[in-house]
Design a protein around this ligand. Sequence first.
Ligand code: HEC
Length: 149
Amino acid sequence: MMIVVALFAVSWSWSVAENPASNPNGTLEAKLHPPPQVETILRRSCYNCHSNSTHWPWFVHFRPFASKIRRDVADGRKALNFSEWQAQTGGNAQLESRTLATSCSLMEAGMMPPRYYAYVHPGAGPSSAEVKRFCRWANDEANRLAAAK
Ligand code: HEC
């Protein structure tokens, strides 16, 4: 049991795949300039599944994790890829607004990141303070975008 726990604690960073964004000016950072604290939360808690830079865990090579992790990353990126923000939202301010508001809601509900992620990536949070911090920014941006034309 201890060995299993120790192995899990090695966590989620064995190999890093940094695929460049198809449009470097179209990432969430380039478009919405989240403050550094928010960026840190996104990187740690979301980007492994929702961006082009995935830190693959070493156990991605082993059953039964391999297919689950690969599927989650593929599905996660398809649903929402912060590296492809402009391409995915088509620059539609209403869609951008809804996506940010939904991100906050799912975090508050403890549904994103998915629960198992906390087990395989200890310390990936987010803490309740981080959820608050993220939501304050995300909802401000969501309101600003919703009011924009
Ligand atoms: C371990 C992988 C993983 C992590 C980490 C993760 N997600 Fe997800 N996310 C998914 C998957 C898979 C889906 C799509 C399938 C589903 O709806 O369950 C999804 C769906 C979503 C959606 C819904 C998109 C839509 O279609 O409306 C949002 C929003 C979202 N995630 C936000 C986040 C945020 C914000 C974080 C960080 C706090 C996060 N996710 C972390 C895997 C992940």
